[in-house]
Design a protein around this ligand. Structure first.
Ligand code: DGL
Length: 287
């Protein structure tokens, strides 16, 4: 039983600038199959990666208020860009909530690399964020790893358009990945939650470059584990209830049909999906 006012039956709120967070939702469903989930794809406002930090932070807070209004007992910021820009602010605004962010997996990458050369694929905003640069410096100092930062402008957009393996997407991946491999990177961090959705195309590009044994680092599984730990610590895990199976619902600031298609093709489920513009959630009055 929970000792807080939050109920075990309340949903977990998950959000991303678009469909990328579905790569995290897949791990959450696998590890915590009894949890109700509310997923927000802010596809109408995407990409976050080329927007100023304060704009992403304000938008992230509005979506967090929306999810809190939906009764969320925990929030998963399933977006590296929003985490870098807003997770601290969110923790101050919602101190009672378990909030899990996602950061590029520099530490596991440094541990996985055999030669200490690690390529980091992420959005421009993530790679420019003070929080990320501090993490990069700490891990580089502790491990001796050298991080090669590669902003991937336009890649999240391609994935939003459903172009997971089109020649345009593969060509873009080649432009971003080939120089990292040429510099000797033996490990690549997928530092944007959209990128695991094109893992097959990334592997194809690596093979076409004639390089073998490149480790790909995705933190989705670790994020789901951390969510489970926080829910357990707060007494908030939902128990299996045969009469009330776990529900998933989706909200999008773009087309409900597009998000439904993404749920279907990327997660294999058909939850109810609705559209919203979050316009009413820009004021603190909704907290
Ligand atoms: N999925 C997001 C991330 O993890 C960003 C994509 C975007 O630029 O909106 O950083």
């Amino acid at each position: 039983m929970s000792t807080s006012l939050l109920s075990n039956d309340a949903p977990v709120g998950i959000f991303d600038s678009g469909v990328g967070g579905l790569s995290i939702l897949r791990h959450i469903r696998a590890q915590l199959p009894h949890e109700h989930l509310v997923y927000v794809a802010d596809s109408g406002f995407a990409p976050y990666g080329d927007k100023p930090e304060d704009v992403v932070a304000e938008r992230s807070l509005a979506i967090a208020r929306f999810l809190v209004a939906k009764g969320a007992k925990a929030l998963v910021v399933a977006c590296n860009t929003a985490t870098v820009s807003a997770v601290r602010l969110m923790r101050t605004r919602f101190p009672a909530l378990a909030i899990v962010g996602v950061e590029p997996g520099l530490k596991p990458a440094a541990a996985a690399s055999r030669n200490g050369k690690v390529g980091v694929l992420a959005t421009e905003r993530t790679l420019a964020g003070a929080k990320f640069l501090k993490l990069r410096d700490e891990i580089a100092q502790a491990s001796g790893a050298h991080f090669l930062l590669q902003p991937c402008q336009g890649l999240a957009d391609q994935i939003e358009f459903g172009e997971l393996d089109s020649s345009a997407t593969v060509g873009m991946l080649k432009r971003y990945i080939a120089p990292l491999l040429a510099q000797g990177a033996d490990t690549l961090v997928l530092g944007c939650t959209h990128y695991p959705l094109v893992q097959a195309s990334i592997e194809q590009v690596i093979a076409a470059c004639g390089v073998r044994d490149v480790a790909l680092i995705d933190t989705g599984e670790a994020v789901a584990r951390q969510l489970g730990r926080l829910l357990e610590a707060g007494g908030l895990l939902r128990a299996f209830d045969p009469a009330l199976p776990a529900r998933v619902e989706g909200w999008t600031s773009a087309s409900a049909t597009a998000l439904s298609a993404a749920f279907n093709s990327l997660v294999g489920i058909d939850p109810p999906v609705e559209e919203t513009d979050f316009a009413g959630f820009y004021t603190a009055g909704h907290i």
